[in-house]
Design a protein around this ligand. Structure first.
Ligand code: ADP
Length: 204
């Protein structure tokens, strides 16, 4: 898009119903619960269990998961640094759409670099961004090898595999850290509920 086209954009965000008006309807405050960690650390498992738990309490959620997104809206993206950043940018923009209609959004993405998670937080708004570090050690993730990817990466069949041939930068100041080699899925969800319920459930 050239400069002229960009200048002719006239966003109407200020004329639309606000996030607060949508939240009032749903009786909840929408936040982004962003799970980051190595492949196999437990992000999807915890996100699915958390979504079910919140739903059962009458709270409307949407879960965005790495493989779902990469097989749909982001299927044209690869695992190069540029594409990983574009992957996160689009996810955050989609999350923002959900959050603006009051929906609690749970994201399960490796999102290996600090800069990627900062980008996501800046798009959705830092005040409503909860960074959850699923800190399960590499050895445990590799032993689980849920998708057989670690074994392939060790054999050199996958380039730029996070934790093996590509870096993972842990969050410096996460809102919560969960090591799934120490606790069960139910316990992990319990800790998340303690953190998020006071922020999201406006009926309390
Ligand atoms: P990720 O989304 O981080 O790639 P997954 O959730 O797909 O990870 O896989 C994690 C695997 O670890 C699953 O097979 C899950 O059953 C297993 N697992 C074992 N213990 C736990 C736990 N306490 N919390 C979450 N997952 C666990």
């Amino acid at each position: 898009m050239d400069q002229l086209d960009k200048n002719s954009l006239k966003p109407v965000f200020d004329k639309m119903l606000s996030k607060e008006e949508k939240e009032w309807l749903l009786k909840q405050h929408s936040v982004m619960i962003w799970l980051t960690g190595l492949s196999g650390s437990g992000k999807s498992t915890i996100a699915i269990a958390l979504e079910k738990e919140l739903h059962s309490r009458g709270l409307l959620c949407c879960m965005l998961d790495g493989d779902n997104i990469r097989s749909g809206i982001n299927k044209n993206l690869d695992f190069t640094t540029d594409d990983r950043i574009e992957n996160i940018r689009r996810i955050a923009e989609v999350a923002k759409l959900f959050m603006n209609i009051g929906v609690i959004t749970i994201a399960a993405f490796i999102s290996p670099e600090i800069v990627m998670r900062e980008l996501a937080a800046s798009i959705v708004g830092k005040d409503d961004f909860l960074e959850i570090y699923i800190s399960t050690p590499l050895e445990v993730c590799e032993k689980r090898d849920v998708k057989g990817l670690y074994s392939k990466a060790r054999k050199g069949k996958i380039d730029d595999f996070t934790g093996i041939t590509a870096p993972y930068e842990p969050p410096l100041n996460p809102d919560l850290t969960i090591d799934t080699s120490d606790i069960t899925v139910e316990e992990a969800v319990g800790r998340l509920l303690e953190l998020v319920l006071p922020k999201i459930d406006t009926r309390r």
